[in-house]
Design a protein around this ligand. Structure first.
Ligand code: AMP
Ligand code: TRP
Length: 395
């Protein structure tokens, strides 16, 4: 997309008008509008790259516990981004969660639990916007429009849908199929630029670029910036402890396949002790190439071993080469206890803090409610502008 196209300048004036009508209806303050106005002006500027902070958006499903995969692949990176030059928005995507059955009695608590995991990992609601998706209706409102932009052929290619639907495709919900269009709406409704995710979400971020680009093209506007997937090195894909070829997932029926962020020290130690490995000793640092990577052939020959090594490397913030130099020639009898100690040291504090936060659900609800108000200060004027572009009559 062309940056700083003229159309942005046209939108600037109109979005101010749109925001003026929308803001009192939402009970928002006038200075919100002023901040917002300034930001939009900066977006419109051809040199905005040098002038503005980029906006980061990411989401996590409250569809069960939070795993070590979520933490290393996503949450840990979200926490770090808050201290860099970004405005960060983090969302518990409950609308996405119900694309597969969720027990209504559990969903609210799961949403609180995932929020507690974010807060306990250092995500600060005074720095980042933290909220749940269903509290900000503009996500679903834009999703409908994007359902009409996205093409069936594009959605048919989504591997997550194929995996989740399995052989019984006719029986899954329509929502599961449309899931990536809602995900595109999540990001585009904020004009977000960066989407920090694990490797498994790369295809969905590419799809949101296609959807944003088609919207811009179909309506002849330069409206949506096209977001980038931010995939951090190390543990972009944490694998199951029982099968090194399968992603560690909250939906895996085996509890032993994953470390949950709520696991206590005994559970963490037991899961690592029982993790599947092989009989060989660990290789030396010579298997790491000059680019810091290990060749696919070497990794694929010992997927479980390299999964544990990657977890160690990411948790300790040390390079794979330095870890292999330390453990070269040793077996898992030596490596597993070291990994268990490290995991307990790094995760123990987070799970204790999660338990403390979860004992005060009213406080979590307060954080989420405040986050939703902040989120709507951004989404309401953008949706208003989208409705105008699409040609909807004003209500
Ligand atoms: P989900 O739990 O599917 O909503 O995922 C939330 C975030 O965690 C996304 O950014 C995922 O890419 C990331 N994630 C989930 N599982 C893993 C995993 N096993 N390894 C790395 N990242 C993961
Ligand atoms: N689909 C993502 C997952 O399963 C969660 C998600 C929903 C998301 N909306 C998002 C991630 C927007 C990044 C941006 O992990």
């Amino acid at each position: 997309m062309k940056e700083g196209g003229n159309s942005r300048f046209i939108f600037l004036g109109r979005s101010h008008c749109a925001a003026l009508t929308v803001f009192p209806a939402l009970g928002l303050r006038k200075d919100d509008l002023c901040n917002r106005g300034r930001r939009r002006f900066r977006w419109s500027c051809p040199i905005r790259k040098f002038m503005t902070r980029e906006r980061v958006f990411s989401g996590i499903q409250p569809s069960g516990g939070v795993t070590l995969g979520n933490y290393l692949g996503a949450i840990r990176n979200w926490e770090r981004l808050q201290h860099q030059n970004y405005d960060c928005i983090y969302c518990m995507v409950d609308l996405h969660a119900i694309t597969v059955w969720q027990d209504p009695k559990l969903l609210a608590d799961q949403t609180r639990q995932v929020t507690a995991a974010l807060l306990a990992s250092g995500i600060d609601p005074n720095i980042s916007i933290v909220f749940h998706q269903s509290a900000v209706p503009e996500h679903a409102q834009l999703a409908w429009i994007l359902n009409c932009v996205a093409r069936l052929g594009w959605l048919n290619r989504m591997t997550q849908f194929k995996e989740k639907a399995g052989k019984d495709r006719e029986k899954v919900s329509l929502g599961l199929y449309a899931y990536p269009a809602l995900q595109a709406a999540d990001v585009l409704i904020y004009h977000a630029h960066q989407v920090p995710v694990g490797e498994d979400q790369k295809q969905h971020v590419e799809l949101m670029r296609d959807i944003g680009q088609k919207f811009n093209h179909d309506f002849g506007v330069d409206f949506f910036p096209l977001p980038n997937a931010m995939i951090f090195g190390g543990s972009t894909r944490v694998m199951s402890l029982r099968d090194g070829r399968k992603k560690m997932s909250k939906s895996d029926p085996s509890e032993m396949s994953r470390i949950n962020m709520t696991d206590d020290a005994d559970a963490i130690a037991q899961k690592i002790r029982k993790a599947k490995t092989d009989a060989a000793t660990l290789p030396g640092p010579e298997v790491v190439g000059d680019d810091g990577k290990i060749s696919t052939e070497i990794e694929e020959a010992r997927p479980e071993a390299f999964n544990l090594l990657r977890i160690y490397s990411t948790l300790s913030d040390r390079s794979m080469a330095s870890i292999l130099a330390e453990f070269e020639g040793k077996g898992f009898g030596d490596f597993k206890p070291a990994l268990a100690d490290l995991a307990i040291e790094k995760l123990g504090g987070i799970s204790a803090e999660m338990r403390r936060l979860e004992s005060d659900p009213a406080e979590i609800d307060r954080v989420l409610a405040e986050g939703a108000i902040k989120a709507r200060r951004i989404t309401a004027p953008i949706l208003e502008e989208i409705y105008r572009i699409v040609g909807f009559l004003k209500a």
